[in-house]
Every structure is written in structure tokens, then in C-alpha cells.
Ligand binder design. Structure first.
Ligand code: PSU
Ligand code: MN
Length: 319
């Protein structure tokens, strides 16, 4: 199914033009706007990262579901509405059809954003953090649909894994799903708020071009999994790992005591950790989103350049 022929998915003219001319496009998610950050920091972050993508020559495509239509590329009015409404749902892959049919409005998670991006021929996506395996998942089975999506949808995602999750178990599931995990300028997987987690990455890469080459090789091999590129938080925004660990353990206990489950867990923990750190975690989060989107946009630029050298690969993918 081609997105531009599909009246369920509305691709903004700027995004459509870039895609049909083979110019770089970077996908951006919207659950981070509707459920990941408070207003007005969420709106400021959303417009800032769009500007960051443009500044390096990539067209931003923020993805969301608005009144039952899947939108790829939002206008200011739509971004403003998403940032302020309390009615928006949180849409992962499994929610999309029900939301379209019921004319719902929702922020799209990493899984839904990847799925829609791939439908439209967008190969790179930048955000703050993916969902993963929650601490205590051996009891709750709380494992994000994002990990399964990374295993089945060919989009390169520049994002971290917050320490509200079990980073080790998350990396195990990514390995099971066949997802390459690349460290940008590091051999150690970065914890979200700290530059190091104690876990190794599969491959260290040091330039956007190197990531684009791995994506390109994956395409030519017909491997339809995504990949995760982890980018350490800028040093000046890192938070002390030991303090964060204790605080997050408290937050997880509170979530359990309050009976929070399923899709409410991540938004609950993000809001609580933000409150407990007096806003410091939100600041670090925003710094990381900006840095990730900047890197994603640079990767999109290199990937578009590589595809232009070998147009057959574009033709193969039907773009
Ligand atoms: N992690 C963050 N910030 C976020 C999210 C995760 O640091 O905003 C959002 C993303 O949209 C992600 C989703 O895809 O939460 C995962 O939700 P869950 O854990 O319910 O799968
Ligand atoms: Mn979950």
C-alpha cells in the first residue's frame, strides 16, 4: 500500500515532496508530546526538534492520529492541539485501526510511528526513549511493543532506553528480535540520564555515514528489521547515576502500590521521576531528544545520498 494513495494516511505536502524527490526525511513521534512531557515544555520541544531537523537539511515528519486520520507531518495548529489536549490517547501498533475507525485522536508511540513511517518510505526516526522491558517484567510481563516493532519494521531509530526500564533485559529482547544495537561514539550502551550503563553495544559507529551504510547493507540483504542507535546524553546534561537509580526504584514501587499497569506505566513513571527530580529529568530528556533528532536528521541526509548513488535500491523499495 502506498501512503500517498491511501486516504487513511495524510502525508503533508512538504513531506510528500521530499519523499518523491528522494530528499532526506526524519520521522518524529507524538506520544512524547501527549504523554511524555508536560505542557508547554512538550510543545516547545516538538517545534524545536522540527527546526533542528530542517537545520541539517532533513524534512521533519511528526506523526500522530488526529480525528481518525493518520497524519505524517503536522501543522502548527495540530501540534498545539496535541500538546494541550487531555483527550489524546496513546497509540501503539495495535491501537491504530480502532482509532481510525472511531475517529480518535492519539499520540503515536515508537511502534506506531515506525509502522507508519515505513509505510510512507521514511527510513530514519529520532526520539528520546523507546519503550522496553520494565523492571519486574518476570512477574508483570510488561514488555513494550516497541521492541517487537523494531524486530519487524525496517526503520533506524535514534533513541535511548530510560533507566525506568531494565536495560539489560531490554537489550536481551532486542537481541532475540534480531535488532542491531549501535553505539554512537561509544562501545558502552548509554543509560538515559547517564552516559554509561555498564552494558556493551554490538557495534560502535562514529559517523552518520557509517550508520547509513549499515542501513543500506541491511536493505540490500532484504533484512526487514529496524535498528537502534544509542547516543549518549550530552555530558553537561547527564544526571548522577546512583541518585537516579534510587529515585527510580522508589517510583517503580509507587507505580506498583498505585496499581498502575499496561500502557499507563511509562507515562506514570516519567511524570513521577520528573516531579521527584524537581524537573531535572525533563531537562535531560529534552537535551537528549534534541541531540537524537539532530543525529537522526544527519543519518537521513547520508542515507538519502547513498540511495541517490544506487537508485535501484530506491526502486526496489517502491519509493
Ligand atoms: N520513553 C521515554 N519517553 C517517552 C516514551 C518512552 O523516555 O515519551 C514513550 C514513547 O512514545 C514510547 C512509549 O514508544 O512511551 C512506550 O510506551 P510503553 O512502555 O507503554 O510501550
Ligand atoms: Mn508496557
Amino acid at each position: 500500500m502506498r501512503a500517498r494513495d491511501d486516504d487513511l494516511i495524510e502525508v503533508a505536502p512538504s513531506v510528500q515532496a521530499a519523499l518523491s524527490e528522494g530528499r532526506p526525511v526524519v520521522a518524529l513521534e507524538s506520544t512524547i508530546i501527549t504523554h511524555g512531557m508536560p505542557y508547554p515544555a512538550n510543545l516547545d520541544m516538538a517545534t524545536t526538534v522540527e527546526g533542528i531537523a530542517r537545520a541539517v537539511g532533513a524534512t521533519p515528519a511528526t506523526i500522530a492520529v488526529i480525528d481518525g486520520r493518520i497524519r505524517v507531518g503536522l501543522g502548527d495548529e495540530q501540534l498545539g492541539r496535541l500538546a494541550q489536549t487531555r483527550e489524546a490517547r496513546k497509540a501503539s501498533r495495535r491501537d491504530l485501526a480502532a482509532l481510525v475507525a472511531s475517529r480518535g485522536t492519539a499520540g503515536t508511540t515508537v511502534s506506531a510511528t515506525m509502522l507508519i513511517a515505513a509505510r510512507c518510505g521514511i527510513a530514519v526516526f529520532g526520539t528520546g526513549g523507546i519503550g522496553g522491558v520494565h523492571r519486574g517484567a518476570e512477574e508483570t510481563f510488561d514488555i513494550s511493543a516497541d521492541l517487537i516493532e523494531l524486530g519487524r519494521t525496517p526503520v533506524a531509530v535514534v533513541a535511548g532506553i530510560k533507566s525506568i526500564l531494565d536495560i539489560g533485559k531490554t537489550l536481551e529482547v532486542l537481541e532475540t528480535q534480531g535488532v542491531p544495537v549501535l553505539g554512537y561514539g561509544t562501545q558502552v550502551f548509554p543509560a538515559f540520564y547517564a552516559r554509561e550503563s555498564g552494558h556493551a553495544v554490538d557495534y560502535r559507529i562514529d559517523s552518520p555515514r557509517a550508520v547509513a551504510e549499515i542501513m543500506h547493507a541491511q536493505q540490500r540483504l532484504g533484512i526487514e528489521t529496524g535498528m537502534l542507535i544509542a547516543n549518549p546524553v550530552p555530558a553537561e546534561h547527564a544526571l548522577p547515576a546512583a541518585d537516579m537509580d534510587a529515585l527510580i526504584a522508589d517510583a517503580c514501587r509507587d507505580a506498583e502500590a498505585a496499581g498502575v499497569s499496561r500502557k499507563d506505566v511509562t507515562p506514570f513513571l516519567l511524570a513521577l521521576v520528573n516531579a521527584l527530580t524537581g524537573g531535572a529529568s525533563l531537562k535531560a530528556n529534552i537535551a537528549l531528544v534534541k541531540s537524537n533528532v539532530d543525529l537522526a536528521a544527519r543519518i537521513a541526509v547520508e542515507h538519502a545520498a547513498l540511495n541517490a548513488i544506487t537508485p535501484s535500491s530506491r526502486a526496489q523499495r517502491g519509493i
